[in-house]
Structures are given as structure tokens and as C-alpha cells.
Design a protein around this ligand. Structure first.
Ligand code: BGC
Ligand code: CA
Length: 227
């Protein structure tokens, strides 16, 4: 038994050493490229990590710069916000103009106008305008004055002196500054109480007349185009 062991021990040893040598030399051959590859991956990994850190640092610094109170960014933000609001307002205004013009209103210089196809007293006309979310037209410019003359009708507009005789006021409570009275008007004709403004002489630039508020006329309502 002991002989068998002794006789076989060197063989076992030989085999093991041989295998170890082969294995070592094999590993040695294989280890070189693996070591280079591993190093490369490590470099790539570390570089990637560094880039991530750099990116994060940049993000943080950008955020701090852009959102800090003493930077110029709030101005940009305020500007953007203002532009967005302006755009939204324009969009709402356009939709509003569209809706009204489809219902027969006319658009002119930031206002919407409704020209009646029936007649009424000055008060009745004003009531109709109010029910339409408007009021009788207030004439603020020569252009608007000419706009009101184009319909070639006797038309009520938003001017009255019913509160105090001779003090003409617009329906929004403001006093009259620029007027387009026809020559000789207002005259409270033949002692009649003519307290309401009408477009009577529409073929003339100065077309206004004071008329009895109970007369029957067409009328023009006005509302701002901005909702
Ligand atoms: C007169 C106006 C008057 C109107 C009454 C016109 O002939 O010129 O002043 O208000 O008649 O309808
Ligand atoms: Ca008159």
C-alpha cells in the first residue's frame, strides 16, 4: 500500500506541476490583454463618472445663475410672461371679434359695433345695447365720426344733456370735449326738449343734431373688442 502511494506520488506531483505550469503560462498569455481591457474600461468608467459630475455641477450652476434674484433672468422671465399674456389676450380678442362679426357686429379700430335694423327711443336703444353687453357708441375721433356716418340713417349715439341742460355727457359719464355738431346745433329746436344726440346730417362731416329723446331712430352700440 505504502509502495503504491510512493510510486504514484511523483506521478501525481508531476502531473500537478505540469498542469500548473501549463495553466500559469495559459493564464499569463490570457491575462495581458484582459489587464489592458480592464484598465480601458476603468478609464472609460471614471471618465464617464467625471463627465456626469461635471454635467451635474454645470446644471446646478446654471440653475443658480438663471434663477438667482440678482441675475438678468427674471427680466427675461417677466418678458416671456408678458409676451405670453399678450399673445393670449390677442388670441382671446381675435376669437371675440370672430364670434361677434359672425353675429353681424362690425369691427373697427379696437371696437365692435352693432347697427340696429329697427327703430327705438334713445332710452330703448340704450337698453338694447346694454343687453348686448355694450352701450350706445361714444365718438372719440374723426375716424370714428366718419365710421358712424357711413350707414346713412338717423342714428342715436351715446350723448345726452338730460342731466343738466347744455352740459353734454357721454354714456360713460365723461364730458364732451371734441364735438361734430351740425351748424346751428344743438338748438333744442323751437323750444322742444332735445336732450339726445343723433346722427342726422350724415352727408356732412359735422353730422350731429340734438333731438327729442322720444323720437324713433336706429342706433349704434359699441363695445371694446378685447374681452
Ligand atoms: C332741425 C333740428 C331739429 C330737428 C327735429 C331739424 O330740421 O334742424 O335742429 O332737431 O329738425 O327733428
Ligand atoms: Ca336739434
Amino acid at each position: 500500500m505504502a509502495r503504491f502511494v510512493r510510486r504514484h506520488e511523483p506521478e501525481i506531483m508531476e502531473v500537478n506541476e505540469d498542469h500548473l505550469m501549463r495553466a500559469n503560462s495559459f493564464e499569463g498569455r490570457q491575462e495581458a490583454p484582459q489587464k489592458h481591457g480592464g484598465r480601458l474600461w476603468r478609464v472609460v468608467g471614471v471618465s464617464f463618472g467625471l463627465l456626469c459630475i461635471l454635467q451635474a455641477a454645470l446644471n446646478v450652476s446654471l440653475r443658480l445663475t438663471l434663477y438667482s434674484s440678482d441675475s438678468v433672468t427674471p427680466d427675461i422671465e417677466t418678458g416671456c410672461k408678458a409676451l405670453t399674456e399678450e399673445r393670449d389676450l390677442m388670441e382671446r380678442k381675435l376669437n371675440n371679434i370672430d364670434k361677434h362679426t359672425q353675429q353681424g357686429w362690425l369691427y373697427f379700430s379696437h371696437s365692435l359695433y352693432y347697427v340696429s335694423s329697427t327703430k327705438n327711443t334713445w332710452k330703448g336703444s340704450r337698453e338694447d345695447c346694454r343687453q348686448r353687453g355694450a352701450d350706445l357708441v361714444i365718438i372719440n375721433s374723426r375716424e370714428e365720426q366718419d365710421f358712424t356716418r357711413q350707414f346713412k340713417k338717423l342714428i342715436w349715439f351715446g350723448l345726452t344733456d338730460s342731466e343738466t341742460e347744455g352740459i353734454w355727457k357721454w354714456v360713460d359719464g365723461s364730458t364732451l370735449t371734441t364735438s361734430y355738431w351740425h351748424h346751428g346745433e344743438p338748438n333744442s329746436d323751437q323750444g322742444r326738449n332735445e336732450d339726445c344726440g343723433e346722427i342726422m346730417f350724415f352727408n356732412l362731416t359735422n353730422s350731429w343734431n340734438d333731438e327729442s329723446c322720444d323720437s324713433q331712430n336706429f342706433w349704434i352700440c359699441e363695445k371694446t373688442a378685447a374681452p
